[in-house]
Design a protein around this ligand. Sequence first.
Ligand code: GLA
Length: 413
Amino acid sequence: MKFYYFYLSLHEKKNDIIIINTVNYNIMTLNELKEAFLDVYGKNSQAVYFSPGRVNLIGEHTDYNGGFVFPCALSFGTFLLMAKNDDKVMRFRSLNQPEEIVLDFNQLTEPLDKSWVNYPLGVIAQFVKRGIAIEQGYDMLFWGDVPNGAGLSSSAALEVVTAFAFNDQLNTGYDRTELAKIGQKSEHEFAKVNCGIMDQFASAQGKKDRAIFLNCDTLEFELVPVKLEGIKVLISNTHSPHKLDSGAYNQRVAECKAAVEALNKVKSVKCLAELDQKEFDEIGTAITDKVAYRRARHVVGEVQRTVDAVEALKAGDIETFGKLMNASHVSLRDDYEVTGPELDAMAEEAWKIEGVLGSRMTGGGFGGCTVSLVKDEAIDNFKEQVGKNYEKRTGIKPDFYVAEIGDGAYRVE
Ligand code: GLA
């Protein structure tokens, strides 16, 4: 909503203002974005880049445990328009945020106090830390239509679009995987979230109508077609006030690390995903801390579910895929404890609907979105029933989006 007020102030006399409301994300056209750049900076942009948000179909909280994930890039994401300046400064502006930041070249390696700019700045800092000389200033304008705080990786979109743009502008020649790593490092150092690689990887490597079956240990991946006959990927936004903050997330990461340490008393293990179910049943009791044990049990089970789900999808067995999604939610609820009342209500209401093959929370958890596979003919009923029942249970009005699987980062012009 901030965006609305900011943009309104720039376009007081215009009545075709783009309003982001929480139901329909009216996508700004490229021309409108370029016009906004001209308004803000008084000159034309020289380049436009885009990088998407993501939805994870299955494989949650497995990435920082060296496991498999299965996300896909979405058609919505973040645009970055930029032009060189002669002032030897970096100017950051966003149509989603009121704050404008101007930084000298010697201010590019330290995070700011609580600012959205930390996401792109953290990325530029990584280029500097890798020894890339920054000698050219840029005026930048960001605009994104990934709902904030919805667990659809608006931050990764912002990081990867910046990494992609600077890689192009500075001719640094990093490949997409390296750009994802730069985004992840930025998240660690500037947003202070010890995240895995999934979100940035999906934003960088996504492909239209494909999901990414990624081994987060080796970073080998396969693009698996997700052309589902008569079935849609439906995203339900809980608009829950609870977010997965860095504290709760980093705590899960630490608990998994503690589980690995405990396992190392009986076997040399690098990460939890190394264990299959049988091995975990044999040596899992070495994890004497009950909480750490349950976290590990989720990870081991979730890695297997992800492998099984991809196999099912390839075999055209969507029923099995859906059941594995449900089981994933239950494990995230009971063992990993990252769902919360809103995500549980949304998934439970979805499970009741005829024509729903599977439904689960997606992303970090606590708040944010669920992802469901829904038969075409059941979509309207889903939105109506789940919408009504979810609101009755939580007092919050949800939103639903049919996901379009899009491409990873690219230069628009
Ligand atoms: C967040 C993190 C990812 C991943 C998911 C959970 O989105 O950024 O790295 O850990 O949570 O699967």
